[in-house]
Design a protein around this ligand. Structure first.
Ligand SMILES: [Fe+2]
Ligand SMILES: [Fe+2]
Length: 337
């Protein structure tokens, strides 16, 4: 049974229920009094479980509704296109946010397949500048039209990858002017951006743990030479719900635990209900996997849906460690709260 009542609804019912029970079973006599008492008991009981059966036929819910639909991922459910990258469509209380855009055509294709209307997107949030999160921008902007794009200024840095030499360009594969001509209005900041009083982009994530590090094969070109990319642009989306935080990551380059610590500090909410997205552990040492799993358990997260650059080995490790809390989050996966 999923809760369909918000906290305010529950508090009002609880109070009225207690008063009616007091009147019906204590202060009054007769059949009417019993009816008042019974109604009070029903209000009290439904406030305790947070679920009202009367809401169901009328499709009412006083609880904040969240739908998280993954449009692009390295693997896909039946009928969806798979593509190396990530794009997640988030619907929260009337706000429609597209978190990342995938590498190319899959986000638009899969949105059409699902019947998701991308013209309803209010904002695009870019987790960082890598092409597997930004390469779908051109196709998506053709559907959204004019839209705010929230990101860190470093998304536009020339980013490269390579274990021997940094020879593969993996930055945004478009000119900014082209995207702006298609309707993108860039809001570039290293700070957190509150989209509503419950939804926030984390901004720059401090690296606090002593075991999470940036993948050493990622580079950025400065003048005429390559330097290790600090991925200062790496950010996540955090949503405050009545059951705790929902945190959505792109690649988690600055570390999933660093990201969750920062999300907690930013929102002043310690409970973490759901973590979804890429957590870039495919190259991680066993020590990092052990410590990551231990910290995820210690933080008491409710569930973890891994995607993309988490990698097969780390995903299998986390599945083993976290049991029922774990799920694979691929193209077509929908999570609702
Ligand atoms: Fe990625
Ligand atoms: Fe990345």
């Amino acid at each position: 049974m999923r809760r369909n009542m918000g906290d305010m609804d529950r508090a009002v019912r609880f109070t009225i229920g207690i008063v009616m029970m007091g009147i019906g079973f204590g202060a009054m006599d007769g059949g009417g009094a019993i009816a008042v008492g019974i109604i009070g008991a029903i209000l009290f009981a439904t406030s305790m479980i947070g679920w009202c059966p009367l809401y169901i036929p009328f499709r009412i819910r006083s609880k904040m509704g969240i739908n998280i639909t993954t449009l692009t991922e390295n693997t896909a459910n039946f009928g969806f296109l798979a593509e190396w990258g990530l794009s997640i469509f988030v619907q929260v209380d009337g706000a429609n946010i597209l978190f990342d855009t995938g590498l190319g055509i899959s986000a638009v294709h899969n949105a059409h397949f699902l019947g998701v209307d991308l013209s309803s997107v209010d904002r695009i949030v870019l987790s960082h500048g890598h092409s597997d999160h930004t390469g779908g921008l051109r196709e998506i902007l053709r559907e959204t039209g004019k839209v705010e794009v929230i990101a860190h200024p470093d998304v536009w840095k020339p980013k490269y990858a390579g274990s021997v030499d940094a020879n593969r360009f993996i930055g945004i594969p478009f000119q900014r002017e082209e995207l702006e001509s298609l309707g993108a209005s860039f809001n570039l900041t290293s700070d957190a951006v509150w989209i509503s009083d419950k939804i926030v982009t984390t901004g720059e994530i401090p690296m606090l743990t002593d075991y999470e590090e940036i993948d050493p094969i990622l580079w950025v070109r400065e003048d005429d030479h390559m330097v290790p990319d600090p991925l200062a642009d790496d950010l996540a989306l955090a949503i405050k719900t009545e059951e705790g935080l929902v945190v959505i990551l792109g690649c988690g380059h600055r570390g999933v635990i660093n990201t969750l610590i920062h999300a907690r500090n930013l929102t002043q909410e310690n409970r973490i209900n759901t973590v979804i997205g890429g957590i870039h552990l495919f190259y991680a040492s066993e020590e990092r996997l052990v410590r990551t799993a231990a910290d995820l358990k210690e933080m008491g997260i409710g569930r973890l849906g891994v995607s993309h650059c988490t990698g097969f080995h780390a995903s299998a490790w986390l599945a083993q460690e976290l049991g029922e809390m774990f799920f694979l989050n691929n193209a077509g996966t929908r999570v609702s709260l």
